[in-house]
Design a protein. Structure first.
Ligand SMILES: Cc1cc2nc3c(=O)[nH]c(=O)nc-3n(C[C@H](O)[C@H](O)[C@H](O)COP(=O)(O)O)c2cc1C
Length: 268
């Protein structure tokens, strides 16, 4: 197979997609190469604004998203690459506005500085179409509680599907050497309504998040992770892993801001 995907004809591309390159089970070198990318995917919230992401990198990143799994293979995602600085400024403005609103509402969420968004040389808006929910197991035209339960799960399937594609894109960006920023703080109606016409996004669609990436403005730091034994359970859920409501609240009050904005080595 040719190394350069761009050099492949459409037929060759189909053939390449159909062929699955099966590694030997337990191939450590492939795992290690993947983990290098996984552990180097680190969030930053300000970038080098003078860097220009080549179009090819955008395409490579979205190519990774394209191969993500999705419920019913519906692939319910749309990606809008933003390259015009004025658009970036406008969108960043909605987030800065949201930052202010949260401060006023006294949400006490340690909201980051969204001004850094306008500095992102890589800027991709991720949208979905909630009508795809009907591609998953739901009772058609039914308003029963039973169907509400199915619809709720169908929405989760949809969101997990888009998250899978978004994660693939983030990993591809990390593999290319970029730092990334996954931003979801746009759920609120006002920002959605402002952003959709600005980007020509049809009314039925929803903007889910923004993927920003690029070289970092300053040295990135690795954030704290729960130890493996705390998240892994074998055959039965380990009751020691269950937090009471109080413990959870305490974690949010005392630890959340530290794990979000501090170097892992400075978090006990
Ligand atoms: C689903 C999801 C939503 C996120 N939303 C935001 C967001 O709205 N704003 C933000 O600054 N960071 C957001 N982040 C980034 C997280 O804060 C970040 O991934 C986390 O602190 C761990 O840091 P790391 O990415 O460097 O490992 C989000 C990440 C994910 C996966």
């Amino acid at each position: 197979m040719k190394a350069d995907a761009e050099a492949l004809s459409p037929e060759e591309l189909l053939e390449a997609e159909a062929a699955v390159d099966l590694p030997e089970i337990g191939a450590r070198d492939r795992y290690d190469a993947l983990m290098k990318v996984v552990t180097n995917r680190v969030t930053v919230r300000a970038f080098d604004p003078d860097f220009e992401v080549p179009r090819e990198h955008f395409e490579m990143i979205l190519e990774a998203a394209r191969h993500a799994p999705s419920g019913a293979n519906a692939q319910p995602w749309h990606f809008i690459v933003i390259t015009e600085p004025e658009l970036k400024e406008k969108i960043a403005g909605y987030f800065v506005e949201e930052q202010r609103r949260r401060a006023k509402l006294k949400m006490k969420f340690p909201t980051p500085d969204y001004r850094g968004l306008a500095t992102a040389p890589g800027f991709i808006v991720v949208a979905t179409d909630f009508r795809w929910v009907s591609a998953f197991p739901v009772l058609k035209d039914d308003t029963s509680d039973l169907n509400r339960m199915y619809r709720e799960n169908a929405e989760r399937i949809l969101l997990q599907s888009v998250a899978a594609a978004t994660m693939s894109a983030h990993l591809a960006a990390a593999a290319l050497g970029y730092n990334v920023w996954w931003i979801t703080a746009i759920g609120q109606e006002a920002a959605q309504e402002a952003m959709k016409p600005l980007l020509g996004i049809p009314e039925e669609l929803s903007v889910l998040d923004i993927m920003a990436f690029g070289p970092p403005a300053k040295a990135p730091y690795k954030r704290w992770r729960k130890p493996l034994e705390e998240i892994a359970n074998w055959n039965r859920f380990d009751p020691a892993h269950h937090m009471t409501g109080e413990e959870l609240e305490d974690w949010i009050q005392t630890r959340r801001h530290r794990v979000m904005f501090k170097d892992a080595s400075k978090v006990d």
